[in-house]
Write a protein that binds this ligand. Structure first.
Ligand code: MN
Length: 233
């Protein structure tokens, strides 16, 4: 009998350890991986300096990811979701505003770094070029719209090139808001117009930053990839 008692205790201990291991692995699954910058911090210089990218990526972007992981830890029902799923799951929840803001900012920043590349900008080629002609009246008209969206966004936010109901459109969002939560919009490119994106390099001259990004950094290959996945999806 005493042997059976020991066995039962051992079993209970083993079960408790197994439960703890599962809990640990679930927490690990839920965490959003560290963000990745697709190029060196100095790669966008002189349009955006290494110092700006270092702070923007290393402190601001990383800070949003850290916040997501901190907040998800107390929401069991959200554990295991990826960043895109977290943004969509929290967008309409008044009690999860802090988590939505952090997750959407983390997602928007991933999208922003991918929207830029060294020696980018200029006239696009491929399907996006055709669509800009058809839907927005050409490259110069598109540039003007994107520039205006960047400058006229009041306060912090984002300027976007999106597909809206099958047509290209330029739009802007405030703070952490993102087209990802709009079922009729699919983002193709974005420009971060929060002050932290440009203040060290351009001070208050957001228009100069937007113009330089549009002319010299936009990654049209990324826009074409997003456009192609939109057509397929
Ligand atoms: Mn930013």
């Amino acid at each position: 009998m005493s042997d059976a008692g020991i066995d039962r205790r051992q079993l209970l201990t083993a079960a408790a350890m197994a439960t703890a291991a599962i809990a640990t692995s679930k927490t690990a699954e839920a965490s959003i991986p560290a963000p990745r910058l697709p190029y060196a911090e100095g790669a966008l210089d002189p349009v955006i300096s290494a110092r700006t990218v270092g702070l923007h990526f290393g402190k601001h972007h990383q800070g949003y990811v850290d916040k997501v992981n901190e907040l998800v830890a107390s929401h069991k029902e959200l554990q295991g979701k990826n960043l895109e799923q977290l943004v969509k799951a929290t967008a309409q929840s008044a009690d999860k505003t802090a988590l939505f803001n952090a997750a959407a900012q983390a997602w928007n920043h991933d999208f922003y770094w991918a929207s830029l590349r060294p020696k980018g900008g200029g006239k696009p080629t491929g399907a996006i070029a055709t669509k800009i002609e058809q839907d927005l009246g050409g490259y110069d008209a598109m540039k003007k719209l994107l520039q205006e969206a960047s400058v006229f966004q009041f306060g912090s936010g984002w300027a976007w090139l999106v597909v809206r109901d099958g047509k290209l459109a330029v739009t802007k969002t405030s703070n952490a808001e993102t087209p990802l939560t709009n079922p009729s919009e699919k983002p193709l490119l974005t420009i971060d117009v929060w002050e932290h994106a440009y203040y060290l390099d351009y001070q208050n001259k957001r228009a100069d930053y937007a113009k330089a990004v549009i002319d010299k950094l936009l990654n049209w290959d990324f826009a074409n990839q997003n456009l192609a996945s939109n057509v397929q999806g």
